[in-house]
Structures are given as C-alpha cells and as structure tokens.
Design a protein around this ligand. Structure first.
Ligand SMILES: NC(=O)c1ccc[n+]([C@@H]2O[C@H](COP(=O)([O-])OP(=O)(O)OC[C@H]3O[C@@H](n4cnc5c(N)ncnc54)[C@H](OP(=O)(O)O)[C@@H]3O)[C@@H](O)[C@H]2O)c1
Length: 312
C-alpha cells in the first residue's frame, strides 16, 4: 500500500511517500480502505519532534490520527461493523495511528458510521477537531444553554466546529478571527465577532462563563480578563498550557488544559448532528496523499479556514 512515512523527526524533507505492507488485523480491530485523512497542527508538530513525538516509540512512523473510509476486513471478535460499512474516526491518540496510508487497522470501539450525506473528505477531517471542540466545551467547560462562551481562533479546525456546537447547546457565542472570516462565522451562528488583529477582546467582552483558547500563550492569558469569577478557560495548545495555568491561578480563573481523547459515543453524536445539518465541516483545501508537504505548509501558516484533508 502507499503511505507517508518518516524515518527521522524533521521538516518536510523527512516525509516520504512510500510502499509499505498492509497493516495486520489484531483482535478488536477493523481494517479500513482509507479514503480521506485530516491534517492537524499536531501532525507537523509531531513529525518535527514536538507534539506527540514522545508517545510515538521507535521510528519509522506513519503519521495521521483521523480517517474516513470503507471497512475491508473485520476481526473475529468485532460485532458492530461489517465489510463495506462506511466509517470514520479519530484513533489511538497520542500513540501512533498510521492514518496517512491506503489501509489502516483501527480499534472498532473508536470509530463511527459515516452518515450518507456527510462527504467522505469532510468525515476524514471531523474526528480530531470535532472531539476537541466537544470535549473542550462540554466535558472540560461544562457549557450550559444561555451561558456566554468566547472562542479564540474561531475560524480554524477546532474553532469553527466549536462555534456550531456551542450554538446548538443554546449558548451565546463570541468569536475571534481576522475580518475576512467574520461573515463565515456569523453564518455558522456566532453572535459577535471580533478582529483580534485590530481589537482587544477585553475591550468588548466581560463576565463570560467559558473561553475556548485555540491560540494559547499571551493571547490565552489576556483572555483570562474576560472570564467571570468562577468561570473557566480551556486552553488547547499544550506547549503553552503551563504559563496559562499559572496566570489563571493568579487571577483566580479556573484554567483547564486538555488532551483530546478518542471517543466513539461522542463521534456518534457529531455524526448525528452532521446528518441533521446542525454541524458542517468547512473544507479549507484537499491534497492528494503524496502532497503531504504542501498540506503541512498550509497548516503551518496558522491561517486555515476550517480543515485541511488528504485524499487517498
Ligand atoms: N490539546 C489538544 O488536545 C488539542 C486538540 C486540537 C488542537 N489543539 C491545538 O489547538 C490549536 C488550534 O487548533 P486548530 O486545529 O483549530 O488550528 P488551525 O485550524 O490551524 O487554526 C487556524 C486558525 O487560527 C486562527 N488564529 C491564528 N492566530 C490567532 C489569534 N491570535 N487569535 C485568533 N485566531 C487566530 C486563524 O484565524 P484567522 O485566519 O481568522 O486569522 C485560523 O483560522 C493548535 O495549537 C492545536 O495544536 C490542541
């Protein structure tokens, strides 16, 4: 099968498009004929030796944690899926998953059926960002209807899904993005949109129940001033979480770091919302698998509107 592999951590030159044996099927797994795989900042961070690199084990390594494709084979002990099922998922994180490949062996308890009218490319990009948005808003953030939530980096992979999920919950949503993305975010349901390049959110918003911080560092720390006493800021970038937590302690704001986890029940909920047209995934751009370097470069710009997806 064709796959992307790295033999040493490094920049794009470390990525090779190569021929590998199909993965073996172990108990509890299904083999996927893969059609689409989302690209996330964690992919290039990990391939550069940061991100989840400490969890990867010995190289070589096939990156990629999310996929959408067709079930090609099922282990004897798996009853929930059958050959030919169209499925998608986010698997094994932060350990290796191998989704940037034509075939992937995936744990049957971390995947979900793909709704018929959810395009395969969109499903391939939904797992990681969708589960991050869900777990940040509802597990860590405990968001309730009629509460007010600020979403930083709202036009990105996690942010644009978080805006829609927060609206579905009945919250009031304030989003930050460059002005060219404001109309997009209003269409997704944002009640108020702030251009972070020309305005400071603390001049416009206060007393919010929850902040979803998709930027981290000084931006996350600054946003602590919007949070009401007893409120929460969930900070996504792990590399700056300690400084945001320390600042939160000083300001008496609860700061929650997060590491997104595979969760089939929550994937089912996301799939249901997508089928009901309550959640849509914005495809920023698709790339053939072999053009992984271009996809990583696009992600590194920090300007992605929605999700980048590799097609296989
Ligand atoms: N801890 C976890 O489990 C976890 C899970 C998922 C993601 N993450 C992390 O969370 C972060 C966001 O992930 P993502 O996939 O959503 O990234 P992404 O898709 O690459 O985000 C791109 C967006 O960031 C926006 N942006 C950049 N700087 C900004 C700023 N100062 N203020 C507001 N928006 C800004 C851009 O908005 P404009 O184009 O409008 O300027 C762009 O739309 C990344 O650091 C990622 O590694 C962590």
């Amino acid at each position: 099968m064709k796959a992307i592999q790295i033999s040493q951590f490094g920049s794009n030159e470390a990525l090779t498009y190569t021929e590998l044996p199909e993965p073996e099927l172990n108990p509890g797994q299904v083999l996927i004929k893969n059609k689409a795989a989302g690209v996330n900042p964690i992919d290039w961070k990990t391939c550069s030796g940061g991100g989840a690199a400490p969890f990867i084990g010995d190289l070589p390594f096939v990156p990629g944690w999310e996929f959408a494709g067709t079930v090609a084979k099922v282990a004897d002990d798996v009853a929930d899926f059958k050959e030919g099922d169209e499925v998608f998922g986010f698997i094994n994180f932060p350990e290796r998953a191998g989704c940037f490949a034509e075939y992937v062996a995936v744990p049957a308890d971390q995947i979900s059926l793909r709704p018929h009218d959810l395009p395969v490319e969109a499903a391939g990009g939904l797992g990681l960002a969708g589960l991050t948005a869900w777990q940040a808003l509802f597990d860590k953030g405990q968001l309730q209807a009629s509460q007010k939530v600020v979403i930083l980096a709202a036009a990105g992979g996690v942010g644009h899904l978080a805006v829609q999920l927060a609206k579905w919950m009945g919250a009031r949503v304030v989003a930050t993005a460059s002005s060219e993305n404001h109309e997009f975010l209003r269409e997704l349901g944002a009640d108020q949109v702030i251009d972070y390049r020309t305005e400071n959110i603390t001049d416009h918003v206060d007393n919010v129940d929850l902040v979803i911080d998709g930027v981290g560092g000084e931006v996350g720390i600054d946003a602590l001033r919007c949070v009401k006493p007893g409120g929460t800021l969930v900070t996504l970038p792990s590399v700056t979480k300690d400084e945001v937590i320390a600042a939160g302690k000083q300001m008496k704001v609860n700061v929650e770091p997060i590491r997104v986890e595979p969760n089939a029940e929550q994937l089912d909920r996301l799939a249901g919302l997508a089928a009901d047209r309550k959640l849509q995934l914005q495809l920023a751009q698709t790339f053939p698998l072999e053009n992984i370097g271009e996809a990583f470069d696009a992600s590194r710009t920090g300007k992605v509107k929605g999700k980048l997806v590799l097609t296989i």
